[in-house]
Design a protein around this ligand. Structure first.
Ligand SMILES: NC(=O)c1ccc[n+]([C@@H]2O[C@H](COP(=O)([O-])OP(=O)(O)OC[C@H]3O[C@@H](n4cnc5c(N)ncnc54)[C@H](O)[C@@H]3O)[C@@H](O)[C@H]2O)c1
Length: 238
């Protein structure tokens, strides 16, 4: 993901509890939600913060801090009610809303996203897929048919899309973003490697795998340096 900024924070209204949720906590909340979902399918009704933290791969003080943003503190000795906590996180993340996603750009990425069956169970229904290439228009991807971008506004209205994913080349991204905004879309996820300008009321997130890889490389290099330093220290003490 791109470097977090103010826009990466959930608005007080969206958090449902009047507090901003920092981006790192927000990311972990989605992990807790997935873990709680698995617990519910296994019929688990209560979970301690230690158990939930372990299943999510975090420490329990961090988990308790994250959940405190929702006003959820659990009950000492009893833990958290699994379905209730899951509902609370879903509400804070806005997942109780009906998210209907349109994908703009049906190339490698757009088709892979449109064909992925895992979004529905996480609350996101892909309702339309657009492309500017007449050769692509009409082709089927999963259960969707690629629509011509010329008809985007009317199809967005007809499908009641309220979220969009931009998977077009960088040079087409701002123009398509403007059209989405003009059509009333206020939540946009962009894969295009450009900075997009949107009005303040529009939420935009950028997915940048190259940035993620650079961050990963930085941490891997730090871990290597620190392992070498520990080695050298151990040799000196021998
Ligand atoms: N963030 C990441 O990690 C990541 C990874 C891969 C690709 N990307 C970016 O995602 C975008 C898509 O990548 P891809 O590999 O799918 O490219 P692609 O060339 O396979 O697909 C792009 C598609 O967009 C269509 N298109 C062009 N202009 C359009 C317009 N105005 N309206 C609608 N459709 C239009 C093209 O016809 C094509 O089908 C690119 O900007 C790429 O740089 C980002």
């Amino acid at each position: 993901m791109s470097i977090p900024d103010e826009r990466d924070l959930v608005s007080p209204a969206a958090s449902g509890h009047g507090r901003h949720i920092p981006p790192a906590s927000l990311a972990r909340l989605t992990v807790y939600l997935r873990v709680l979902g698995t617990m519910m399918t296994e019929g688990i009704e209560r979970v301690s913060s230690e158990e939930l933290a372990e299943a999510a791969g975090v420490n329990s003080p961090k988990l308790r801090k994250d959940l405190s943003y929702l006003g959820s503190y659990g009950t000492r000795g009893v833990g958290y009610d699994v379905p209730y906590l899951s509902g609370q996180i879903s509400a804070a993340l806005g997942l109780t809303l009906d998210w209907r996603v349109a994908i703009v750009g049906a190339g490698h990425l757009g088709r892979a996203l449109a064909g992925y069956p895992g979004f529905g169970s996480r609350g996101f229904e892909v309702v339309a897929l657009f492309d500017a290439d007449q050769m692509a228009v009409g082709q089927e991807v999963g259960w969707l048919r690629i629509s011509p971008v010329e008809a985007m506004e009317s199809i967005l209205e007809k499908t009641r899309a309220n979220m969009a994913v931009l998977a077009v080349p960088a040079e087409a991204a701002q123009g398509m973003c403007d059209r989405l905004v003009d059509a009333g879309i206020t939540s946009i996820l962009s894969f295009a490697p450009v900075v997009l300008q949107v009005p303040a009321e529009v939420q935009i997130r950028k997915v940048d795998m190259a940035t993620e890889l650079q961050i990963l490389a930085y941490h891997a290099q730090r871990a290597q340096v620190s392992a070498l330093a520990t080695d050298a220290q151990a040799r000196m003490l021998r």
